[in-house]
Design a protein around this ligand. Sequence first.
Ligand SMILES: C[S@@+](CC[C@H](N)C(=O)[O-])C[C@H]1O[C@@H](n2cnc3c(N)ncnc32)[C@H](O)[C@@H]1O
Length: 176
Amino acid sequence: MIVPLLLSSQAPELPVVVELGPGTGSFTAALRAAVPEMRFLGVELNGAMADHRSSRFPGIDLLRGPASSLSRALAERGLPAVDPVISGLPWQAFAGQVGTELISNIAAHLAPSGAYTQFTYSWTRWTPPGRRQHRELQRFFGRVDVSATVWPNLPPAVVYTATEPLMSGARTTDDR
Ligand SMILES: C[S@@+](CC[C@H](N)C(=O)[O-])C[C@H]1O[C@@H](n2cnc3c(N)ncnc32)[C@H](O)[C@@H]1O
């Protein structure tokens, strides 16, 4: 599951990795194993999940709050462009204007060669919120790929990989 996330980043230098909704930290563990020296920032809304992750990975930077705090968190830490941004957020986090702003912010902070990856349970892909999220990714990124279904994951999942962040902001329908 984690392999496509890691392969999508083309960062030539030490990456600043952002993980939105790290939960219990299964992706964090795989990322740390792959790139032990990475600079890492997690953003987790749920206090119990944040406690669990902090005790599992003491010393790893974790912002306790909503993913919509990403811009502020990066500014406070003086972090430059980031790559990759990895998300296990549920589709609810992308609903409405908050979701549009979140995807816009991710694109704005991502390095030009960076990748945003969104893990999603397969069955949610064809629901109206899932389709909306896909459309929103296509508005703010030049390229959006969807992986084959990862059957060994329970429940089965797919990974969206969005690259070529659009510097000038969202595309309109007419641009596509
Ligand atoms: C499907 S779980 C993440 C799975 C994760 N890869 C793991 O190993 O546990 C989704 C996580 O996103 C967090 N979350 C939900 N909405 C959020 C938001 N708006 N901002 C930040 N985290 C959020 C939840 O608390 C939960 O920990």
